[in-house]
Design a protein around this ligand. Structure first.
Ligand SMILES: NC(=O)c1ccc[n+]([C@@H]2O[C@H](COP(=O)([O-])OP(=O)(O)OC[C@H]3O[C@@H](n4cnc5c(N)ncnc54)[C@H](O)[C@@H]3O)[C@@H](O)[C@H]2O)c1
Ligand SMILES: CC(C)=CCC/C(C)=C/C=C/C(C)=C/C=C/C(C)=C/C=C/C=C(C)/C=C/C=C(C)/C=C/C=C(\C)CCC=C(C)C
Length: 633
């Protein structure tokens, strides 16, 4: 005897089986067949999986009766009344057991709410997808988050924001906010950075390009032509980038469209894709000190020297600072992530905090869900990881020993092994967040400084170069009256801080901080130590803990000399339904870079779940071609 139908609504968003041929499709369950064959039906994988496993269950086999109907909005199952509750439990509909929270189905689950994850999530949400962002920490933003102490609002990461102007196509932060109806008030920064370098080389990178070139040429008049030629080549690349509509380079219909509309610009970018800034600089410049200056310019962008910095990335940063300029958001960098998270919710999607993902659930080779540290499981058509690739897939040691991270299983996908051959984790950093008495800063102090006093060879060494931001120079509301914020950071490795007692750890922190304060006192601000009102030191351990990044890494850096950006993976991975976003994806480190990776990821995912056009045949060929290109890196 058949019960009245148990009806499960299928979420509308992105269900590709809205097509008329599937409407009112009847799938009959025959007692002799253990499980209905859904393969020819375009039901979302999540439902197939749940229903198939139920049909295979002993209880149903025993009952030898049942009928299933599926149409565009619902799945109906008719089974004997005593089996209905079992089915309800098995598919986890409303009111079912706690472990399976499948009362909702998502188009995408995003693990992590760094800018990369938030941009991917919001871009998908505005395309009509239902997205769930799961963040381990209590606020959004990751390394672009903030924290408050004693009346100070500190940026977690540094405060130099590219892509935040109202001009061109590369203002990706502005565009990401606008997409979800947000606009932030910004304060233009007249100087991107003030370099304090060996041999008293003191260069201000002015917002106005000509003023910057004039200042640099005043130190290297004999290299005037070389300077102009190098930076002009950067502009050629920047202008090409700025002329394109930026979407997923992994989606062939879009990419071919761009090649058709802007052939010269696309060929320019393809030409520079495998090149590094240091090689181009050496075509025009001979002076070793000037080449070291270019190294310092690139080090800020990539934590490596110019010979290892992709030319496209260098051009992006070296020109955007003059084109759109560097702009600081009123209230602090943390406001960007807060606004994106609010925008996401306004679009009908969701963000949950204190949601620590421990596993990505893979079934039949496809990522279908995630497991949280409290054992709860959540399912979606696609899973997007904003954790680093090392935290997502584990890592290959020199003996190829495998330690699994979010993705459990036997082998690290081949693509990931290739990535780890070309890229290693950049060191982490030591950061000092400080509140100081305002009078210690000389008048007209710039907001951002880079200090390397005497020896160029120390540029890339731990504690060699010092980054310093004083965001209160632009926005005084971040500190109590009469105070300024100094955010100081320098590269540092986790190993230096491990295997020591708590007391040793604390005194080591104090020692390193003291040395840095003395250096800044000598170079920039006499009397700094006596002016300190508040100070907190973070080590690589702090960054590992709060940002959930393996070894607290700043991001990926090339193991040796890379072929530009050629080896950097995009968003798809070797696991169906699993995508990565953030700084271990093309084009790498940096807020604007991860925002671009978010835009690309959202486009590729949207195409895969039917919210954007795609061609399966072209996709297969294109993705294979890109994978082959990466093997050349
Ligand atoms: N230009 C600047 O001044 C500046 C400032 C800050 C940050 N940055 C850049 O931002 C980049 C990083 O951005 P991103 O988007 O790649 O990532 P991110 O590291 O900033 O954020 C990742 C987020 O994912 C969360 N997370 C990680 N694992 C998780 C898990 N298992 N479960 C739940 N949540 C988890 C973390 O808590 C974090 O909030 C860096 O490369 C850095 O260069 C630049
Ligand atoms: C596909 C193929 C094969 C071909 C095709 C061709 C083409 C079309 C191509 C295209 C390409 C593209 C589009 C690309 C793009 C790119 C991009 C956008 C890039 C970007 C980048 C960016 C970056 C890298 C950034 C970075 C930044 C950073 C890192 C920053 C940092 C900062 C800091 C740290 C601050 C400092 C401070 C003081 C001094 C205090």
């Amino acid at each position: 005897m058949l019960n009245s139908p148990l009806i499960i609504s299928v979420p509308e968003h992105g269900c590709s089986f809205k097509s008329p041929s599937y409407t009112s499709q009847i799938l009959s369950y025959h007692p002799t067949i253990q499980s209905p064959n859904f393969n020819s039906h375009n039901l979302p994988f999540f439902w197939k999986r749940k229903i198939q496993s139920f049909f295979a269950s002993d209880s149903l086999k025993a009952s030898r009766s049942g009928e299933l109907r599926a149409n565009s909005r619902k799945v109906e199952l008719r089974v004997s009344s005593k089996l209905a509750p079992n089915f309800e439990r098995a598919v986890g509909v409303e009111g079912a057991g706690k472990l399976v929270d499948s009362s909702k189905e998502f188009d995408a689950i995003v693990i992590g709410s760094g800018i990369g994850g938030l941009v991917a999530a919001t871009q998908l949400a505005v395309k009509g997808a239902k997205v769930l962002v799961l963040e381990k920490y209590v606020i959004p933003g990751g390394s672009s988050g903030f924290y408050q102490r004693d009346g100070y609002t500190f940026d977690v990461g540094s405060s130099v924001m590219f892509g935040f102007s109202d001009k061109g196509n590369l203002n990706l932060i502005t565009q990401a906010l606008a997409a979800v109806g947000c606009q932030m008030q910004v304060i233009p920064d007249p100087t991107t950075v003030h370099f304090h370098l060996p041999n008293n080389l003191s260069v201000r990178v002015h917002r106005e390009y000509d003023k910057f070139i004039e200042e640099l040429v005043s130190y290297f008049p004999h290299e005037k032509e070389g300077i102009i030629k190098f930076y002009s080549e950067c502009w050629k690349i920047f202008n090409s980038l700025n002329s394109l509509e930026l979407k997923s380079l992994e989606e062939p219909l879009y990419l071919f469209g761009q090649f058709f509309q802007k052939p010269l610009e696309c060929l320019t970018l393809a030409y520079y894709l495998p090149q590094n800034a240091g090689d181009i600089a050496r075509k025009y410049i001979q002076d070793p000190q000037l080449l070291s200056f270019i190294d310092a310019e690139c080090f800020i962008v990539s934590t490596v020297n110019a010979l290892q910095t992709p030319m496209i990335n260098a051009s992006m940063v070296l020109c955007d600072r003059h084109f759109g300029g560097i702009n600081y958001p009123v209230g602090g960098v943390g406001g960007i992530a807060k606004s994106l998270a609010e925008g996401l919710v306004k679009q009908g999607s969701e963000i949950r905090y204190k949601a620590n993902v421990t596993d990505i659930i893979v079934e039949q080779g496809q990522a279908v869900g995630v497991r949280l540290s409290d054992g709860k499981e959540l399912f979606a058509k696609t899973i997007i990881s904003n954790a680093t690739r090392w935290d997502t897939f584990g890592w290959c040691s020199s003996e190829f020993a495998r330690h699994r991270k979010l993705l459990k299983g036997d082998a690290i996908p081949k693509e990931e092994q290739n990535f780890q051959k070309v890229y290693v984790k950049a060191p982490s950093f030591l950061s000092i967040h400080m509140g100081v008495k305002a009078e210690v800063l000389p008048p007209d102090t710039d907001c951002h400084h880079f200090v390397l006093e005497s020896d160029w060879a120390r540029l890339e060494e731990p504690y060699g170069s010092i980054f310093l931001s004083i965001p209160t120079v632009l926005d005084s509301s971040l500190a109590p009256e009469g105070r300024h914020i100094l955010h100081i950071f320098t590269t540092s490795s986790l190993e230096y801080w491990e295997g020591i007692s708590r007391t040793e750890y604390e005194s080591k922190k104090q020692l390193v901080a003291d040395q840095i304060i003395s250096r800044l006192e000598n170079k920039l601000f006499p009397g700094l130590r006596a002016s300190i009102d508040f100070m907190e030191v973070g080590t690589p351990k702090t960054h590992r803990r709060y940002l959930a990044r393996d070894k607290g890494t700043y991001g990926p850096m090339p193991r040796s000399i890379p072929k530009g950006l050629l080896g950097m993976p995009f968003n798809t991975t070797g696991v169906d339904g699993l995508y990565c976003v953030g700084d271990s994806c093309f084009p790498g480190q940096g807020v604007i870079a991860v925002a671009f990776s978010g835009v690309m990821c959202a486009h590729r995912v949207a195409a895969d779940i039917g919210l954007e056009n795609k061609s399966a045949t072209l996709d297969a060929m294109h993705l294979r071609l890109l994978a082959w290109f990466r093997t050349l890196a």
